[in-house]
Design a protein around this ligand. Structure first.
Ligand code: NAP
Length: 240
């Protein structure tokens, strides 16, 4: 039997490329996102290997429905990648701009993390991957909600990792992926060290296969992570 995966947020960028790599590697993949036409388009590349499920991560009731439907769609689920995410500049701290980020990256993400962990606990095994960000390591005066939401996710994943380590009832792996800048639609402002999408996704998939607890993408962003940990906020404020 082929391995089965779910990619939340597979309509573009990192999620779409990850889904393609998984299929290339023999997986059957459920692909989700709001833009159904993008999912249908991806499915035409290999119709027998993709299951299309339109899904808005902020619809918490539908997230529950999706997980209830799983046994009828997939015999087992080996891997769940939570990749959906948004973020936008909010220079004047407008609530209307922060709210969608919180609904998507905090509420929506927590629901998927919980449902996935519990699904794997009942199943007895599974790997949960969260695509957070290097942004989780530091605040940012112009993109506060995005940075804070990614810090929340990173911490939540670490808690799940701790939980998984202590449980004897199931073999659950937790992987936190922290990309720096990757060339996708989400990038709108000035950047540095921008990684080509294919290079970043290859490294992400390598980390998933090795079941790493945490991976910086691309690898050079580990240096930035170290700097962020040792530099005082008085210095970091010059850059963020
Ligand atoms: N590119 C970077 O430099 C970078 C750096 C660090 C972290 N990341 C993270 O990487 C992840 C993927 O982003 P990307 O760079 O590949 O950008 P992207 O091309 O904009 O992809 C974002 C994905 O999230 C999905 N999504 C957004 N809101 C959603 C919702 N309400 N319900 C379901 N799906 C939703 C989108 O699908 P629909 O719009 O079709 O729903 C899309 O598939 C994000 O979590 C992002 O924060 C990216």
């Amino acid at each position: 039997m082929s391995k089965k995966a779910i990619v939340f947020g597979a309509t573009s960028g990192i999620g779409r490329e990850l889904a393609r790599l998984l299929v290339k590697d023999g997986y059957e993949v459920m692909i989700t996102g709001r833009r159904k036409e993008r999912l249908d388009e991806l499915q035409t590349e290999n119709p027998g290997k993709y299951i299309v499920r339109r899904h808005d991560i902020t619809d918490l009731a539908d997230s529950e429905t999706l997980f209830k439907e799983l046994p009828s769609k997939m015999q087992q689920v080996d891997l769940i990648i939570h990749n959906s995410g948004i973020g936008e500049n909010n220079f004047s701290l407008e609530w209307e701009k922060d709210l969608p980020t919180i609904e998507t990256n905090v509420l929506g993400a927590t629901k998927i993390y919980q449902l996935s962990y519990n699904y794997f606990k009942n199943q007895g095994f599974g790997q949960l991957v969260g695509v957070t960000s290097i942004a989780s390591l530091v605040g940012n005066r112009n993109v506060a909600a995005y940075h804070a939401s990614k810090a929340y996710q990173s911490n939540y994943l670490e808690s799940l990792w701790m939980k998984a380590r202590k449980t004897k009832k199931a073999d659950i792996s937790i992987t936190n992926i922290l990309p720096g800048y990757v060339d996708t639609d989400i990038i709108t402002g000035p950047t540095f060290w921008m990684a080509p999408l294919d290079k970043a996704v290859k490294q992400i998939y390598g980390a998933i296969r090795k079941k790493k607890r945490k991976a910086y993408i691309t690898k050079r962003w580990r240096l930035v992570a170290i700097m962020m940990r040792i530099l005082p906020p008085q210095i970091l404020v010059k850059f963020f």
